[in-house]
Write a protein that binds this ligand. Structure first.
Ligand code: GFB
Length: 310
């Protein structure tokens, strides 16, 4: 891939796609192709194929997906499996039939079994039952991995599959019904501070452990792997370190400067008890995350303050 290569960033309005676009621009790639959902609906096979036939991108970052936090995943189960299966199947097939040189598929650490040994190594894929709250999404992403590998084996498509841990950063979803935990808590603590509320409600027990990667680090890793990684199977993209939701809540409370209490709503699900990635395969490629969690949260909080959503 060189600076003049044509590169399609699928999903460029989302958290991941927008970060990849920023990264590519900053690195001097000038021939970037994007389409909003209103212009190109990637769940439609005919439209997707026509787009690829017309524009013939050389490289594809497949960051288009239906995503959300634990509640959205558990509520819109049919939408999560359907949209993700459609999007990834259409894009991978169109990439193959229209001569794409390399495609990077973005998945998620929720593809691993609910009780996978920690940290979770790439070899733990398909070794146990999945976490029920996100099973439809996880099954779709696992199908995406197998799709990419199958096109590689049968047709020689140069596709790689990256499995990021929980992501956060500028461009995140701050809607409390659909967001992931980090952006939700930033918003909750911010609003509680502004209104003088005596406490903030955190879902679940506070004991699940999660690993968080700033999306600018993920974008940096995605470019690095596009340039330097060519293996079948999957590669984890994380920091190799985690903390409990209670510890995360305390950290966000501190960053926001809120002085009230934290209460736990245990009627809400905890989800997977722990999701820590083994990042030895990633580190062996010569890449390591750079943005520390506190610094990343501070940067995200500043972005949230400058970009009020609703
Ligand atoms: O980030 P999150 O929604 O997704 O929740 P998962 C992580 C943990 O934070 C869960 C707790 O134990 C939640 O119960 N939590 C506490 C909260 N307060 C809140 C809150 O206000 N909002 C949210 N959203 N959570 C998702 C999967 O799982 O992770 C997806 O559903 C995807 O498939 C994504 O893989 C990365 O980490 O549990």
């Amino acid at each position: 891939m060189d600076k003049a290569s044509s590169i399609f960033v699928a999903g460029h309005n989302g958290l991941v796609g927008s970060a990849i676009l920023r990264k590519l621009r900053a690195a001097g790639y000038s021939n970037l192709i994007t389409r909003g959902r209103a212009e190109l609906d990637l769940t439609r096979q005919v439209a997707t194929d026509a787009f690829f036939a017309e524009h013939r991108p050389e490289y594809v970052f497949l960051a288009a997906a239906k995503v959300g936090g634990i509640l959205a995943n558990n509520t819109y189960r049919a939408d999560f499996i359907r949209d993700n299966l459609y999007i990834q199947t259409n894009v991978v097939d169109a990439a193959h039939r229209n001569g794409v040189k390399k495609l990077a598929f973005l998945g998620s650490s929720c593809i691993y079994p609910k009780f996978a040994p920690q940290p979770m190594h790439e070899d733990h894929l398909l070794t146990g039952i999945l976490e029920p709250t996100n099973e439809p999404y996880a099954v779709a992403k696992i199908a995406g991995i197998i799709t990419v590998d199958s096109y590689r084996r049968q047709y020689g498509l140069n596709g790689i599959s990256l499995m990021p841990t929980n992501l956060y950063g500028p461009g995140d979803d701050f809607n409390l019904q659909t967001s992931h935990v980090l952006s939700a808590l930033l918003r909750k603590f911010h609003e509680a501070k502004a209104s003088g509320a005596p406490n903030v409600t955190v879902w679940g027990t506070g004991t699940p452990r999660r690993e968080f990667l700033h999306v600018d680090d993920l974008a940096d890793a995605a470019l690095h792997l596009m340039l330097h990684y060519d293996e079948p199977g999957i590669v984890n993209v994380g920091v190799g370190d985690d903390l409990s939701i209670a510890e995360l809540a305390a950290l966000i409370r501190d960053v926001v400067g809120y002085e009230g209490e934290i209460v736990y709503d245990t009627s809400k699900p905890d989800g997977t008890p722990r999701k820590l990635l083994d990042v030895s395969r990633l580190h062996a490629t010569g890449w390591k995350a750079q943005i520390g969690l506190r610094e990343g949260i501070e940067r995200t909080y500043r972005w949230f303050l400058e970009n009020p959503s609703d």
